[in-house]
Design a binder for this molecule. Structure first.
Ligand code: ADP
Ligand code: MG
Length: 254
């Protein structure tokens, strides 16, 4: 049984097959990276995993359970969290508020108990706070705790976007282009965080990334996609040297 697996996944928009019969599986504890030119279908795969889109064909399995038809909040509760290619934070709230909102999904306490504010509720609140503070410490964000997102530089926001996903303590973390918009120094730092997430937090990472320096630095295995289809799968080096991958990137640039 694979830790995480997608099998023959497909989805069309209008007449265009954005994702066309894609299969792969991710082992527990690895960093598995999807590369491919713009429009290859990478984000669409993430949107199907998060249940924002329903696939027209294929199945998605997590720890042996079929989660293809699960609702977005169920996906999150099962232990899958994601970041977005375009940062999705509340601009006018603080870092701390954004991370606490990220925890809301784990708030399973029924409303009547919240109103009575019994010890179980206090415990849940305490647990939210502790988890959020752990993530702030882990990503070394304490300095920005009470800053509004709108006032923070892009590189810090990108890290907070990562922190928001970490706050739900996922087993599987989906990162959609964590290095996009970052300078080379920030990209290298992002690589260190991803390594730490794998090593220290024991999370499994499924990542989409364009920046080959980051792909090389953190990936255990890489899958290349073009026009919604898998071209090849292997080590970062093998995939980059594959003639069809080289051709796909040249085609995209032309
Ligand atoms: P990538 O993330 O690899 O750059 P996407 O998955 O975002 O690519 O897009 C794959 C293809 O699907 C593209 O041709 C894109 O225009 C199309 N697409 C993605 N989302 C939508 C949508 N919501 N409606 C229509 N077309 C879409
Ligand atoms: Mg994308």
């Amino acid at each position: 049984m694979s830790f995480f697996e997608i099998e023959n996944l497909s989805l069309s928009f209008g007449g265009v097959k954005a994702v066309d019969g894609v299969s792969f599986s991710v082992n527990q504890g690895e960093v598995f990276t999807i590369v491919g030119p713009n429009g290859a279908g990478k984000s669409t795969i993430f949107n199907m995993i998060s249940s924002f889109y329903a696939p027209s064909e294929g199945r998605i399995r997590f720890e042996g359970a079929d989660i293809t038809d699960a609702k977005p909040d169920e996906i999150s509760r099962l232990g899958i969290a994601r970041t977005f290619q375009n940062i999705e934070l509340f601009e006018h709230s603080t870092l701390l508020q954004n991370l606490l909102i990220g925890r809301e999904i784990h708030n399973k306490v029924p409303l009547w108990r919240q109103i009575l504010f019994d010890p179980g509720v206090r415990r849940a609140e305490f647990e939210h706070r502790r988890q959020v503070e752990d993530v702030i410490d882990f990503l070394e964000l304490a300095h920005y705790r009470n800053e509004r997102i709108a006032n923070l530089p892009y590189g810090v926001r990108k890290k907070i976007e990562l922190g928001r996903a970490l706050c739900v303590a996922p087993q599987l973390l989906l990162l959609d282009e964590p290095a996009s918009g970052l300078n080379p120094e920030e990209t290298e730092e992002m690589g260190f965080w991803i390594d730490d997430i794998k090593r220290d937090l024991g999370m499994t990472v499924l990542m989409i990334e364009h920046d080959m320096s980051l792909v090389n630095e953190v990936s255990d295995r890489v899958l290349a996609l073009n026009n919604g289809r898998v071209i090849t799968e292997g080590s970062a080096q093998e995939v980059q040297n594959h003639p069809d991958v080289v051709a796909a990137y040249l085609g995209g640039a032309a």
